[in-house]
Ligand binder design. Structure first.
Ligand code: FE
Ligand code: FE
Ligand code: ZN
Length: 277
């Protein structure tokens, strides 16, 4: 069965997200742990969470994927920005334990003139200070478009981070189709080869989730502008191959396309129609 959902607003809490998921035919979803531009998170409401856990069970919603704020930059040159990243992720991971066994995705960060190696060492240092072997949440590094000085625009950079992490069983990867296309990986004409390369460098066993986005820009553009499925350079035929690929078909898929809920419902239905059971 296809696991598919989209990014939902967390403004009204967990129960509201389960209700939104039901309306659009989603059996998984992504949400921001707090304002995407940063700031403090609302307190967890234990009643909201316990009601959600029952709804999730009844509606078969699993897993859920939390997304860290975009402002989180673990490899900033500014120690205050790194400190914000540290405190935010540490707090988010504590909150994630209210809904155990799920995923927490973050953008590795931008090194801004410090160089890739310095960036990678800051990111892995932060993870080594935060990760605990007893945590139930798997932290996911997102594949990036390689815009500016973003780390994670190549599989090799993510591998380097993984190699430096002590509790590396707590860490996986979330593959964003728009980002890797913009990063130069041709998933339209060479999906098998790209996935083989991913397997060689990172290992497909590390791949835990897919962000399913079309791209407004051509291969290798390093831009990161999402498009609706079938309205960008990746195109619907490629998405049909992606969701049905033997190495991907059992992973959860998340739409981050420019859509309202009706648009998400349509895209989810399109993908369900294209999924070969
Ligand atoms: Fe992201
Ligand atoms: Fe993404
Ligand atoms: Zn993006």
């Amino acid at each position: 069965m296809l696991r598919i959902g989209c990014h939902l607003s967390s403004a009204k809490g967990y129960v509201s997200m389960a209700e939104q998921a039901k309306v659009i035919g989603a059996n998984t979803f992504q949400f921001f742990t707090r304002n995407p531009r940063g700031g403090s998170a609302k307190n967890i409401n234990p009643e909201d969470v316990s009601e959600f856990l029952i709804l999730a069970e009844n509606q078969d919603i699993t897993p859920i994927l939390a997304h860290a704020p975009y402002t989180l930059n673990a490899c900033s040159a500014d120690p205050n920005v790194r400190d914000f990243a540290f405190r935010t992720m540490q707090d988010d991971l504590l909150r994630m334990e209210y809904t155990p066994g799920n995923f927490y995705n973050f953008h590795p960060g931008s090194h801004v003139k410090q160089g890739v190696d310095t960036g990678i060492s800051f990111i892995s240092q932060m993870l080594n200070e935060i990760l605990r072997p007893e945590q139930s949440t798997t932290v996911l590094l997102e594949t990036m478009a390689g815009k500016g000085s973003e780390i994670g625009g190549t599989f090799e950079e993510l591998r380097q981070i993984l190699d430096l992490i002590q509790y590396s069983e707590c860490v996986g990867v979330c593959l964003d189709t728009c980002h890797i296309w913009d990063g130069g990986y041709d998933i339209v004409n060479h999906l098998d080869e790209v996935l083989m390369h991913f397997d060689q460098i990172i290992g497909l066993d590390r791949l835990k989730a897919i962000h399913l986005n079309d791209s407004q820009n051509p291969l290798g553009s390093h831009k990161d502008r999402h498009a609706r499925l079938g309205e960008g350079y990746i195109g619907m035929e490629a998405f049909k191959r992606i969701i049905n690929h033997p190495s991907l078909r059992n992973l959860p898929f998340y739409l981050e396309t420019p859509n309202d809920l009706d648009g998400y419902a349509r895209e989810i239905q399109m993908m369900r129609d294209a999924y070969i059971e």
